[in-house]
Design a protein around this ligand. Sequence first.
Ligand SMILES: Cc1cc2nc3c(=O)[nH]c(=O)nc-3n(C[C@H](O)[C@H](O)[C@H](O)COP(=O)(O)OP(=O)(O)OC[C@H]3O[C@@H](n4cnc5c(N)ncnc54)[C@H](O)[C@@H]3O)c2cc1C
Ligand code: FES
Length: 279
Amino acid sequence: MDSLSVPVKNIYLPELVQIQEIIEETRDIKTFRVQRPHDFEYRPGQFAEVFVPGKGEAPFSITSSPTQEAFLEFSIKRVGTVTEALHRLNPGETVGVRGPYGNGFPIDSLRKQNLLFIGGGIGLAPLRSLINYVLSAPYRGNFGDIFILYGARTPQDLVFRWELEEWKKREDLSLLVTVDRGDDSWRGRVGLVPEVLKELSIDAKDFKAIVCGPPIMIKFTIKTLLEMGFQPGCIITTLEMRMKCGLGKCGRCNIGPYYVCKDGPVFSYEELQKMPEEY
Ligand SMILES: Cc1cc2nc3c(=O)[nH]c(=O)nc-3n(C[C@H](O)[C@H](O)[C@H](O)COP(=O)(O)OP(=O)(O)OC[C@H]3O[C@@H](n4cnc5c(N)ncnc54)[C@H](O)[C@@H]3O)c2cc1C
Ligand code: FES
């Protein structure tokens, strides 16, 4: 290298980190706790590309809170090549991580607000990062009342069960868990998230809603929130478009002029209304 050459950092190069712990959440979802890469500062709602040598990489929401400084967590559903390879790994093995990417949740605009979190299935993963951030000792006082409505298809499909128990014990939040279909052991609520939402005595003008889940659940939940009187600007959600680079370079994730990986994945419903209906 001559004296004028400056080493260029390869932005596509992941950092190899060790898997510290793997939690089996459901029959097809595992949470991976990995070493936090160097200089990896992130906001709740951002995502990272996780790379399995020989298999490829895919984007995943960071489900841990930035306040948990020693590690990163990803909750990953087994659906195809990369996720199947991830599910075969064990603690002590390595994966590549590059990021963080995306805009994250608009924390400044949520301060002093009452927050209604609505999650469906594995959609609780990105919300969990923000929930644990808001609940952490340094920041809890910056936010108002907290209501969490979480739904899954069956009791066996609920993720973060141990943490739901912790949240249930707290006096500074309300938690309601519902399933579409119960079983003999289920003593909780049965009903679809949008239906259960209708029954909550929540004054729309006092809350901001943050919604994440499968597209069909998001669609009907937003419809219900609008009927309850929520303004489009007070409804925040995340999009899961197909992505490749994660960096706004390849054009894989664009909707009109927007790159979901860079301008999103978090958008208010007001912003989504202005976009072409491709999402
Ligand atoms: C910002 C963002 C955050 C995400 N966060 C999470 C997360 O926290 N946990 C998680 O489990 N997954 C998450 N995903 C989805 C995850 O990236 C995909 O499931 C992953 O790419 C699958 O990779 P694969 O190689 O295992 O599947 P592939 O072999 O590529 O595909 C398997 C099957 O899934 C379909 N598929 C793949 N990706 C998508 C997609 N994005 N939308 C719809 N269908 C798809 C394919 O068509 C195919 O049928 C996120 C995606 C984005 C964009
Ligand atoms: S994933 Fe490449 S531009 Fe968004």
